[in-house]
Design a protein around this ligand. Structure first.
Ligand SMILES: [Zn+2]
Length: 679
């Protein structure tokens, strides 16, 4: 379930885990004694002791700095939500009142068991009785409920004009994590297919519509047909490939078999839109063809499963547990579910805090855990790091003057969003009820869609937040924005009381990473206002691609699991952003230190370390982590982020300032002979 509407909203990292703690850093032994390991394997140098002494909790796929902070934020929210529910006087805004109702319903497990499937029962009944002739309207209505269909319409900002809203049809609808999982012969993919069949069989049995083995075969066959048409993760990174303007008539001619007008009208409730974008026309063709030709029983089973899957976390235990066993157990290797409160919070927040009630969670969080001082310091860091990027662009040896001017204008126009929205959403017209967890989810989905559809004729609001303020992540968002929620402006990423070196090495490199995203292999294709438009001189684009290819080759040489290497092209945008991010954060630190020196401040050693050494140690701390093998394999196949260890080793070994800070010599593994530099 990926419901993120913005095209360029790139997550930094995702996962989960136990309590916030100040990171332990390696003891400051003498430079001579520490040089060999720091220069051989800096990740081991900083993180080995933590790796040895940290246990992966049974309810987590991964533990590391992101995960520990996520759990701390969830625990803070759990306490705050308990107060909010117990003391109605605390429900001082519409968002907090809705949140209290939603959370109370989520924690009311007895009511959830009593409700059974009632929230989605009308649509399950329609699926059971559907004729082929009724499929277009039924599919359109299921899209309003958030079911993950092969073609998922949504309202987002236009690729070619970021100030305008446009309907776009995303590709989806696959129960397995990756398109190739339907055909791969390796044991890991067979295990996934078995797990998925078990999930389908279990929830269908619980829903009173059991599936025999031949029906499961047919379900997988239908999905495999759609999967074949999907682009690969590498192909999906090319925004030009996803830019396909269509009208209903042109799509009807191109993808016959489904009445697109009836499908889209059922989804939009008749809201008018003439042109729309089709991200993957081949998927639309395969979908329409299957609507016409695949056995009706396969469609019924498929749609039942997609609908139940979308609501499973809000349904009785039989459904929720089967969903956990599949999505968390089989795919990511997690043996035990986290506490109920954290599961409910995760459901209300949605992926990366993008669900409608995420903003209310952020409102509650910010009141407890965010200060104006954090906002001020973060803004100052953004200014220093943006200035560092400006200087780098000006001195780039491979870029011509006209392209530099355009790049500088884009950097200048970049809009930071820090902490939380200026005003909290008021949720007018949303209706939530006690004891109706799944029904609340359904009404929220449809309420949200109506808001989005009503915006079709209005300009895009660039101050809107698409992530909740409690989120432990940062984003390069559409419209040339960079987003740092209050949830990540916390230790060990950011600490009001820490020295500049630690903050620039941690959250500073995250800021640098997000700035660089707008100049990575995909982000560079968008202009200063976020439109997909080529502003590069051809020879500059060629010079860029040659450098990007060096980054891709470097990462493709890394092998996190025996026999499974990083796909350097799939992860290219993230890795370019790590490379650029650490450079400009380091330069930003130098700007901050220079300001202090000019003001007459001494910059003392701390814990026997120079600021430069502390910068790199802080960076290696944020990427530390232990991960379950299934989760790591899933990340390597479907994700865009390299595993943490290589996010340390790759960029730092190509950073001459690092070799200087730790006295690494030519030939040391952490001192690349010919450092790769893009930005
Ligand atoms: Zn990123």
């Amino acid at each position: 379930m990926n419901t993120r509407p913005t095209l360029l909203a790139l997550a930094l990292l995702c996962a989960t885990a136990s309590h916030a703690a100040t990171p332990a850093t390696p003891a400051a032994t003498s430079a001579a004694a520490s040089r060999p390991l720091a220069c051989t394997d800096f990740d081991a140098y900083v993180n080995d002791e933590w790796n040895r002494t940290t246990e992966l909790p049974p309810d987590r796929a991964r533990i590391g700095s992101f995960d520990i902070l996520r759990r701390a934020n969830d625990q803070l929210l759990t306490r705050a939500l308990a107060e909010l529910v117990a003391e109605p006087a605390r429900q001082t805004s519409p968002g907090l009142r809705h949140l209290a109702t939603a959370y109370r319903a989520g924690m009311d497990e007895a009511a959830i068991e009593r409700a059974g499937l009632s929230a989605i029962a009308p649509w399950l009944a329609r699926i059971d009785a559907a004729t082929r002739e009724q499929l277009p309207e039924l599919l359109g209505e299921l899209a309003t409920l958030g079911a993950d269909l092969p073609v998922r319409p949504f309202v987002g900002s236009d690729l070619l004009d970021a100030t305008r809203h446009r309907v776009a049809l995303q590709a989806g609808g696959l129960g397995l994590p990756d398109r190739d999982d339907y055909t791969r012969t390796e044991a890991s993919s067979q295990r996934l297919r078995e797990g998925y069949r078990r999930f389908a069989a279990t929830v269908m049995q619980a829903a009173g519509t059991p599936m025999a083995e031949p029906a499961l075969d047919a379900l997988l066959a239908l999905e495999a047909q759609i999967a074949q048409a999907h682009l690969t993760p590498v192909q999906r990174r090319n925004p030009q490939a996803l830019n396909n303007r269509r009208t209903v008539a042109s799509l009807q001619a191109e993808a016959p078999g489904l009445d697109w007008s009836r499908f889209l009208t059922a989804w939009s409730g008749g809201a008018r839109f003439d042109e729309f974008n089709v991200a993957q026309p081949a998927v639309a063709r395969a979908f329409a063809q299957a609507v016409q030709a695949a056995p009706l029983d396969s469609w019924r089973a498929y749609l039942r499963l997609r609908l139940i899957e979308a609501y499973a976390p809000m349904l009785p235990k039989a459904f929720e547990q089967a969903h956990f066993a599949w999505t968390s157990g089989v795919i990511r290797g997690i043996p035990t579910p986290p506490p109920r409160s954290e599961r409910v919070i995760a459901g209300l927040a949605g992926p990366n805090g993008s669900a409608p009630l995420g903003e209310a969670l952020g409102e509650l969080y910010v009141a407890k855990a965010y200060s104006p001082e954090a906002q001020r310091r973060a803004l100052a860091m953004v200014a220093d790091i943006r200035e560092a990027m400006r200087r780098r662009i000006e001195t780039l040896p491979w870029m011509s003057a006209p392209t530099k001017l355009a790049a500088l204008a884009k950097l200048e126009a970049m809009v930071p969003q820090i902490g939380h929205p200026a005003q909290w959403r008021r949720y007018e017209g949303l209706e939530l009820r006690d004891g109706d967890f799944a029904g609340n989810q359904l009404r929220t989905q449809r309420w949200w869609l109506q808001l989005r559809l009503a915006e079709l004729d209005k300009p895009v609001d660039r101050t809107r937040w698409n992530t909740s303020a409690n989120t432990v992540n940062a984003f390069a968002a559409g419209g040339n924005r960079i987003v740092f929620p209050a949830g990540i402006l916390q230790p060990p990423f950011f600490d009001e009381k820490a020295d500049d070196a630690s903050n620039y090495g941690a959250i500073g490199t995250v800021i640098g990473h997000e700035i660089t995203h707008h100049f990575d292999d995909r982000g560079r294709q968008f202009d200063a206002v976020g439109n997909l438009r080529d502003w590069w001189a051809p020879e500059d684009a060629a010079a860029y691609k040659a450098r990007a290819e060096q980054v891709a080759q470097l990462y493709s040489s890394y092998e996190p699991l025996p026999g499974v290497r990083i796909n350097g092209h799939q992860m290219l945008g993230e890795n370019i952003s790590d490379f650029g991010g650490i450079h400009i954060a380091f330069d930003g630190l130098q700007i901050a230190l220079e300001r202090r020196r000019k003001a007459g401040e001494a910059i003392p050693l701390l814990e026997g370390r120079t600021p430069e050494q502390r910068f790199f140690i802080a960076n290696a701390v944020i990427w530390r982590g232990k991960q379950r093998e299934a989760a790591l394999l899933n990340q390597l196949r479907t994700g865009q982020h390299s595993p943490g260890r290589w996010r340390v080793l790759g960029p730092i070994s190509h950073q001459p300032a690092f070799a200087q800070a730790f006295g690494c010599k030519p030939g040391d593994p952490m001192a690349a002979a010919e450092p790769i530099r893009v930005w």
